[in-house]
Each structure stands twice: as C-alpha cells, then as structure tokens.
Design a protein around this ligand. Structure first.
Ligand code: SAM
Length: 627
C-alpha cells in the first residue's frame, strides 16, 4: 500500500527544498554523512543547519544567515499553550471549532413503503394485445445482423411464407403474434431445410395466418408432430415429438452411429445418406449467393457439387466438451454431466464418446473425464475441456531419409491427444508439416485438407492458364496452412493473421518445411494491413487467398483488395453467407473501378469439412479479366 508521508516528514521535506534553492548558490544539496572521525567542514556545517533535526528546528531562529545566504525556517509551530503560531511569534487566527454532529437516533425508523410497493405491483395487467406489442418492441430492438444465423433463418422464413404475407403481418403489427398456444401440439408439413439444418414448416391453414414452424431433425416432404416451445418473429421453435410420415430420401435411421443422436445438439444429419448431405449443402451455397451476394443471377456461376470428406465419421481432430457446476455444490453431490449441450433443452448431455471425433481425441476424452471426476471438488465452476489430436513425436517434422521404416510409420501415423492449451500440436497435411498452439485455430478435419489444398492450387493454376501467378498473399493465414502448403508454386508468399501466436507458428512452420524467410514471410496484424507490405507484388501476377472468420471481411479489407486488383482471388469460408456478401462487394467494387477490368466469378462450391453437421465450407474463385 502506498503510505502518505506524515505531516512532520512533509515539513522537513519542505524545509530541505530550500537547500535545493541554495544549491544554486553552490552549497551542494547532498550533505556528506556526519563522521565522528574528523571535524565538520564548512559544507557539512552548513548542511546541518539547513537540515536540522526536529529538535534543532525548534531552537533555530526564524531566519538563518550564513555566508550571506538567508534560509527561512518552516513557517508555523505550536507554542507552549498548544496554539499555532508563526515563527516570528505572531498568533495564527483560530479556525472556528467544528459544529458538533447531531446525536444518532437510537434506532432508525424506516418509512412504511408497503403501500407504494403494493400499488407498484398491482399495475393493471396487460391485455393480450398490449403484451404482444411489448414483446414485439423488445424483439425489434434486437434486429439480427445481416448474414448472421438469425438473419439467414429469417430470410428462409420469408421465402416459405411469401414476402407479401410477411409484409401484411408487419403492417398489421402481428408479426410476433403466434397462432399457437405455448406447449401446444401440432401436426406440421415440412417444406424446406433452413441453412442451420432445421426443417421449416407452415402452420396449418385453420390457424388463420401465415406462420412458420422450425423443427430440428426433419426434412422436406415429412409430416411431423411437434410441441410448440418458443415464439420468435414470424416463427415458432418446436420440439419434434414424432415423424408421422418420413421422407426416405433423407431419412435412413440405420445410418445413425451415435447413441446420443437426437438428444445431443451437435450433429443434425446422421440419418441422411452422405450424398444427400452434400446435396443439402450445395443448396445452402446456392441460397447464400441468391440472397446475400446481390449479384444478378447471370453473374453467379452454377454452384458446383459439394466435395465430400474422405472421412465421414472419426474425422474431427478437436473436441471441446464442457460441464457446468451448480453454485454451492456439496462435495458429495454427483458428478455433473460432461459433454455437449442438449438438443432444444437447457443443460449438458453426458457423452463418453463422440463418433465424429478421431480415435485419439476419444481416448483423450476418456482420460480427461476420469481426471475431472477425480478432481471435481477442486473446480469452483464449470469448465470446457480441450482435446486435440497431435502427432506423438517431433518425428513428424519433415521426414528425414535417415528414419527407419518403423520410425517413419510412427511419424506419420502415431497420434496422441493433447489437452493442455499451452501445448504444441503437430499435424501433417499431405507432405507438409505444421505446428501450432493447442489453443489456436487450425482446421479440424485433417482428412479433407489435402483435397482442399489441391483444389485451391488448381483454382489458382487452371490448365492452360497463360499468365501464371508468381506471388501469393495468404490473408487470415492462421498457422500458414495455405501459404506454406502452396509455397513451392510461388516466388514469394506473404501471410497476415491477427493472432501473434499463430504467426509465430507460421514462421516456425515455414522453417520446418525448409522455406526461406526471403520467399515466405508472415506478419501479425489486421488482414487489411497486408496491402501496405505487398507493394512490390505485381498485381497481375498475384493470387490472394482470403479465409476469414465467420463474420467475413471488413469493408476496408474489401476496398483494398479492389484497389490492388490481384489476378486471382480464392475465397475460402466457413460462412457462405458472409462470403456471398463479400464476393458480391468485390465484384461490384471492381466494376465501379476505372481501368477496364472486372472479376469473372469463375466457380463456387462447398467443401464438406464437417460431415453429419449442417456446416459447409465455401470456396469461391474470381479471376481478373478484361471488362
Ligand atoms: C477461418 S481461420 C483461417 C486460418 C487459416 N487460413 C487456416 O485455414 O488454418 C480465420 C483466421 O483469421 C484470423 N483473424 C480473425 N480476424 C482477423 C483479422 N481482422 N485480420 C487477420 N486475421 C484475422 C483468426 O485468428 C483465424 O486464425
């Protein structure tokens, strides 16, 4: 704690400050220690007088004059009667004594507020219309962001209900008034799959108004019985009770591999044949470009078939199960469930195996669960467990020719599970070796990365391309996945990434893969910073990879891409809706720019990095052509 100097101390300091003044006259403000061994010299005597002890101060006259220097003593002191006096003896005016505080009452009487409180509570109850209006006002305040999941769902709902009906409901201010009672059961025909993997149905006609019902784990053409759970703008979120009429095109329950499917909020499509899953995802990409790119239909290429994942189960190299702990949990209370959120219900579902996870992360799950169970009383609140697959040894480093066959197999195949966020994870993508922090971003499906990298390579260097790019800008580069995997194809590669840890990993990865820092460089910063440092990249020979987080790119970034006008753009994204928005902006931006060039939207398709779930990775390719 910082201690304040005492009044006496301040007093002395004040006095000694005059020494500093005197120092200007050449007397030295730092007196030497008084030594008993030799007589006091002139300076020391002077200092003693300038910095006397408190006792000496009292005896000193008000003014001291030594060798023509006048030193003034502190101004005030107390006389023998305890009165404050100046050093010249004159009395200081007394400050009036403080007025005494009124005595505290023996007990404080609180005013009786019961009357006011009860009137406040007894406000006239809202009628149904007022309640609906209040709710509508509340919901209106939280308009979803364009291209956010809520907005995407809302656009899907507009499509199934018809924009005219929706406009009429908004006009009549009934857009938040559900025709269903809470917990009402209803039979619904499903007409569409929304981008978040849930089925969309329309309320039966007898309900008298267009209203959507959103149900998990159901598909177009199915008739289902549901329980209405929660009202949102223009739709009711419902729980599935029964599939009355299944659609065999989408539903083959024999495909389900997880015993928790239907209860766990993780996967949506385990009952859907894999080809059909890919088709659903292709439609999601189509819908995204139709709704969010704001391009003319003629400007959007035919969305190509989704490229599947070589592994459809056992592919996920990262799991993050969690558990909650009740406040005031007693040590003898049961172990809480450790797993994932329940589907459509609050709370965590206990899961001891996740079938989309790799063998290594599932082994790690068993170990970590046991550790948590043993140490549960050391946790004050819930936690998220990190489980990441990693190559076991540093033998995973670029394989040396000196390795025995056994070592070589071990280097490529032996996997362990890492659960400490500070540990390094090692991973091989084809022939390329990567290291990154366990807590940092890296794609979670290793099996699909070689085809994804190869696809990107072919997109940049299509057969017969006359003007091959020689420079690559890898934006949002993470640990350098694209830049490093494709580096051999380019004279120069430059990557940018916000996370300093990932950039350190990217630089290390370049070294591990024998890439020189002159050719491949990475820098930490906002993606739009990259344009300052690639001024020596010839735009007509430059390709750029854009792989942003779900929210997509900033306007500033898009503007700078347009200003640079690189020859090829490959935009990879786990959110095809924000991708469609950005691609539309780049194409329009280039059209508006003078210079006689435009971007040809060459291709777009999904990559299935997340089998059994509704997620899809979009890859869009744009190439600069004469306008
Ligand atoms: C989808 S990941 C892609 C990473 C890498 N391309 C890969 O495939 O491993 C997006 C990356 O963008 C980074 N990021 C987020 N916002 C950024 C920004 N404004 N500028 C640069 N990088 C950003 C994140 O840290 C994350 O590593």
């Amino acid at each position: 704690m910082l201690s304040l100097p005492s009044a006496r101390h301040l007093h002395r300091r004040l006095f000694s400050s005059s020494c500093v003044l005197n120092d200007k006259a050449g007397f030295g403000s730092h007196p030497g220690k008084k030594s008993g061994k030799r007589p006091e010299n002139h300076d020391e005597r002077f200092q003693r007088i300038l910095k006397p002890s408190t006792r000496q101060q009292k005896d000193l006259p008000f003014r001291v004059e030594l060798d023509g220097i006048v030193v003034q003593k502190p101004t005030f002191s107390r006389n023998t009667a305890g009165r404050l006096v100046r050093f010249d003896g004159t009395a200081v005016a007394r400050t009036p004594p403080p007025t005494p505080r009124p005595p505290k009452p023996a007990s404080i009487a609180f005013p009786d507020l019961s009357f006011e409180m009860s009137t406040r509570r007894k406000r006239a109850p809202l009628d149904d219309k007022a309640r609906a209006q209040k709710r509508a006002n509340k919901l209106r305040k939280v308009r979803p962001d364009p291209s956010s999941p809520d907005d995407v769902l809302y656009r899907d709902i507009l499509e199934v209900l018809g924009e005219d009906h929706v406009d009429a409901a908004i006009e009549a201010k009934t857009e938040f008034e559900s025709p269903f009672e809470k917990m009402e059961e209803a039979v619904i025909e499903i007409v569409k799959i929304s981008a978040d993997g849930r089925g969309l149905g329309i309320a039966p006609q007898e309900k008298g108004k267009p209203w959507a019902v959103v149900v998990p784990h159901v598909f177009p053409g199915e008739t289902v019985r549901v329980k209405c759970a929660i009202t949102h703008r223009m739709y009711t979120g419902a729980d599935l009770l029964e599939v009355i009429k299944p659609n065999p095109e989408y539903r083959d329950n024999s495909l389900i591999q997880c015993k928790y499917f239907g209860e766990c909020g993780g996967c949506q499509y385990q009952m859907v044949p894999y080809e059909k899953q890919l088709a659903i995802k292709r439609n999601v990409v189509k819908g995204a470009y139709k709704l969010y790119s704001y391009l003319e239909p003629s400007e959007i290429p035919e969305v190509l078939e989704t490229i599947g994942s070589p592994l459809q189960y056992g592919y996920r190299t990262k799991l993050t199960p969690h558990f909650d702990l009740r406040k005031n949990r007693a040590p003898e209370d049961p172990i809480p469930p450790i797993g994932y959120n329940r589907l459509g219900k609050p709370g965590v579902l206990d899961i001891e195996e996740c079938v989309i996870g790799t063998k290594a992360v599932n082994e790690g799950l068993t170990t970590r669960r046991a550790e948590v169970e043993t140490n549960i009383n050391t946790y004050k609140k819930g936690a998220t467990l990190l489980l990441r697959e990693s190559l076991e040894t540093t033998l995973g480093l670029p394989l040396s020719n000196d390795l025995t066959d056994e070592q070589r197999t071990e280097a490529v195949e032996k996997k362990i599970c890492v659960s400490n966020a500070k540990t390094t994870v090692r991973e091989r993508v084809g022939d390329v070796f990567f290291e990154y922090g366990a807590n940092s971003f890296f794609q979670n499906n290793n099996s699909v990365l070689p085809p994804l990298i190869e696809y990107t390579r072919k997109a940049i260097f299509p057969e017969g391309l006359a003007n091959r790019p020689t420079h690559l800008i890898d934006t949002y580069c993470g640990a350098g996945l694209f830049g490093i995997a494709l580096a051999k194809e380019f004279e120069r590669v430059s990557g940018v990434e916000l996370s300093a840890d990932s950039i350190l990993a990217a630089k290390r990865n370049a070294q591990h893969n024998n890439l020189s820092a002159d050719t491949v460089s990475f820098r930490a910063g906002d993606a739009s910073d990259i344009f300052k440092v690639v001024s020596d990249f010839p735009p007509e020979k430059t390709a750029i990879i854009i792989d942003p987080p779900r929210k997509g790119c900033s306007d500033d970034f898009v503007k700078q891409v347009v200003a640079l006008a690189p020859q090829t753009i490959v935009y990879v994204s786990c959110n095809v809706h924000s991708q469609a928005r950005d691609v539309g902006n780049i194409i329009r931006g280039m059209k508006a720019k003078e210079g006689g060039k435009r971007y040809n939207f060459e291709s777009v398709r999904g990559f299935d990095l997340f089998p059994q779930t509704h997620h899809v990775e979009g890859v869009a390719v744009l190439r600069l052509v004469e306008a």
